[in-house]
Write a new protein. Structure first.
Length: 97
């Protein structure tokens, strides 16, 4: 289900959740809270993926992304994550820069 479908079903766009997420991130940076927050980050070997931005848990503090949190995934979860990564790669490949 894409964003357009959600907008049609809700009758409005998703504006609150993205704004709230940015607020949490900014507060964690400014107050050096070192909160674990799910973020889309450029991976460099984490979760078996490189050169791709995917949503993963990270510690966010005064230095921005301080650490990507390595959560143990089951084999089924690893397979689904790899499938999602491949889907993102395919969409990225279709983009015209």
């Amino acid at each position: 289900m894409g964003g357009a479908t959600l907008t049609k079903l809700l009758g409005t766009s998703a504006w609150y959740a993205p704004g709230a997420a940015v607020s949490v991130m900014v507060q964690s940076i400014l107050c050096d809270q070192k909160k674990m927050i799910p973020c889309s980050l450029l991976l460099d070997g984490e979760y078996g993926q490189s050169d791709i931005c995917l949503g993963v848990p990270a510690i966010i503090g005064a230095n921005g992304v301080e650490k990507i949190v390595d959560i143990t995934l089951t084999d089924a979860e690893k397979e689904k994550f790899a499938t999602a990564a491949q889907a993102v790669r395919e969409v990225n490949g279709d983009l015209k820069f």
